[in-house]
Structure formats: C-alpha cells, structure tokens
Design a protein around this ligand. Structure first.
Ligand SMILES: [Zn+2]
Length: 123
C-alpha cells in the first residue's frame, strides 16, 4: 500500500502527545487505512531518552497496515539521531519526528533510510 498522506486529526493528536509527554519523548507506531495514516499506537513502556527507541522494536506488533513510526524530540531538533537511523528500517517506511513546541509546523517526515520526505496532510 502506497502512503498518500496523513490525516490532519492524526497530526493534531501527535502534536498533543508531544505536548503531554514533554519534557520526555514518546514513541508510537502509525498505521494506515486506504493509504492514509490515521491511527496512532503508543508503545507501552516508553521511557525517556533518545536511546529508548531502539529497544522498543522488539515489542513491535506486526501489522500489514504498519506505515511507520512517530516520536518526539523535546529538544526541538527535527533531524533523526543515530539511534533513530537504526530504529527506522525495522519499523515501516515513513517516520515522523515532531519537536518542541509541537505545533502543526514542528514536524518532519523521513523515509526508513533517514532521508527527509514530503508527507501530505489531508483533512
Ligand atoms: Zn529521535
């Protein structure tokens, strides 16, 4: 399934999760329906700190509708870390990083090789 975009309400939810978790990080899996990312699955046991993301991949529920992941960067840096680059390829094709202050502009999408890519927001 090709991913055409992310629903606006899903993006809003991700912003909210970022604000709620701040100053800690959250990690979630994103699933798609009909090519649109429309569901957020928070990973259990998420702990603070950038390195936590790599540990969590072992707990991943396998889903054919898995589109990718989203996690927050409380420091506001919208670039994948080394830990993120290891995490991405095992967890779907599209990876959103949302950073402080978590507005609807404070995010970027990356492919699993860590390159920035365009992600359409669909209402
Ligand atoms: Zn990160």
């Amino acid at each position: 399934m090709n991913i055409r975009g992310i629903r606006k309400k899903t993006l809003r939810l991700l912003c909210q999760l970022g604000r709620d978790a701040h100053p800690n990080e959250f990690v979630a899996l994103l699933t798609e329906r009909d090519g649109l990312i429309d569901e957020v699955n928070l990973l259990p046991g998420t702990v603070a700190g950038e390195d936590s993301a790599s540990i969590l991949s072992d707990m991943m529920p396998l889903s054919t509708h898995l589109a990718g992941s989203c996690h927050s960067h409380p420091n506001g840096v919208l670039q994948p870390s080394d830990a993120d680059i290891h995490f991405f390829p095992r967890n779907g094709r599209y990876h959103i990083i949302i950073g402080y202050p978590y507005t609807e502009q404070d995010w970027r999408c990356f492919t699993s090789d860590g390159r920035q890519c365009r992600m359409e927001v669909v209402s």
